[in-house]
Design a protein around this ligand. Structure first.
Ligand code: ADP
Ligand code: MG
Length: 362
């Protein structure tokens, strides 16, 4: 991946009456990067994407594409193509006419258009379907026509707004793999908007979490999943075990935190936090170990807490335990193997590795 920026968004603000759809958003997307804007509905993703494409004029801030300011350029003068939410194909035109439309209105010669359309159809997996009308295509095929219609314009950046949301779950998974391959083949930057975290994880080189008009955090799928900095991100990607805590003591390697039920030690991963600060913490359900509590074996201080099993759910590849802690908080434990001799209402000991508890800075 080269170091130049395909897109540089600075301090973008967009309001609708009292609503801040974007609050001072900054964003850099590298050349050739598959970038995903992920977040809940109403968070500002579409507003940001459309501001990059030129369909929305922000109140303030700037957008540069390929090192050139585009603030005063209309969509068709920007080096971007957009795949809109929903299919939006011309119903009376054939597949090849839909794909070639953008070139036809530029008065490009028919034989050149035909060549390019044919190459695009092969690229997106529509070979042999050129004469079909949109209503004779499946959802997945219509989505491919949209992609081909945008890519044929050979712009520097492809903008995709919830491109897979009209497809069923299995097809969406297959199309994720295809989109990622397609992006690597054409080599341009893709900016893909979705509210679906699994979709984001499977296509992205990098993800930005956007909510309430704000850039919450950015990272690779692995960083976002394994090391979410913000509590919001942890919750959004499905973490169930969230704790409130107060920092009691910090040194370079270990932090001591009061989480109501106990005082626990966690590994200091260079968090920007201070003694006395309120923080939140999370731990993945697969990082907690459950053991039957034996009277003779008291939980080791700081590394284990006591709980009571409230539910045991068998889910094929793993078993989920719901465990009630003595502050009435219920947490989830995911185990690959069934822990022998544990039943509902049993008292258990929960243990973990110090590094598995994450502290969230905000
Ligand atoms: P997302 O794509 O993340 O779901 P949007 O960018 O569509 O979010 O919307 C961000 C916020 O701006 C929401 O509160 C939405 O209701 C508001 N909004 C978006 N478009 C308009 C509009 N044309 N008029 C008024 N409010 C709008
Ligand atoms: Mg949207």
């Amino acid at each position: 991946m080269s170091q130049t920026n395909a897109i540089e968004v600075k301090n973008l603000v967009k309001t609708y009456g009292d609503v801040y759809a974007l609050k001072n958003v900054d964003l850099n997307i590298a050349d050739g990067e598959y970038f995903v804007l992920l977040g809940p509905s109403g968070g500002g993703k579409t507003t940001l994407l459309r501001s990059i494409g030129g369909f929305i004029r922000p109140d303030s801030g700037s957008v540069d594409i390929k090192g050139k300011n585009v603030d005063n350029l209309p969509p068709d003068k920007r080096p971007t193509s957009m795949v809109f939410q929903g299919f939006a194909l011309f119903p009376h035109m054939s597949v090849s006419e839909n794909i070639g439309y953008g070139l036809k209105i530029q008065s490009i010669k028919n034989n050149i258009i035909e060549n390019k359309v044919s190459r695009m159809m092969d690229l997106v997996g529509l070979t042999g379907l050129s004469k079909r009308k949109p209503h004779e295509l499946s959802g997945g095929q219509q989505q491919r026509v949209q992609l081909a219609r945008a890519l044929i314009l050979e712009n520097d950046v492809l903008l995709l707004d919830e491109p897979l949301s009209a497809l069923d779950a299995q097809l969406r998974k297959d199309m994720c793999i295809e989109l990622k391959r397609l992006q690597k083949t054409v080599g341009i930057s893709f900016v893909h908007v979705t509210h679906n975290q699994e979709e984001a994880m499977s296509v992205a080189d990098r993800i930005a979490i956007i909510a309430d008009g704000e850039m919450i955090e950015q990272g690779t799928p692995k960083e976002i999943y394994s090391n979410p900095k913000k509590k919001f991100t942890a919750e959004f990607i499905g973490e169930k075990n969230i704790f409130n805590g107060k920092v009691i003591d910090i040194n370079k390697s270990i932090i001591l935190i009061d989480i109501e039920i106990d005082k626990i030690e966690v590994v200091n991963k260079n968090y920007k936090i201070n003694k006395g600060q309120d923080v939140s913490l999370s731990i993945k359900s697969e990082s907690i170990k459950v053991d039957k509590l034996k009277v003779s074996k008291q939980p080791q201080e700081n590394k284990a807490i006591k709980g009571k099993i409230t539910e045991i759910i068998f889910l094929g590849q793993f078993v989920r335990y719901l465990v009630l802690l003595n502050n009435n908080q219920e947490i989830q434990v995911r185990s690959h193997d069934e822990v022998s001799n544990i039943n509902v209402n049993d008292y258990v000991m929960l243990s973990w590795r110090l590094e598995d508890f994450l502290v969230h800075e905000g």
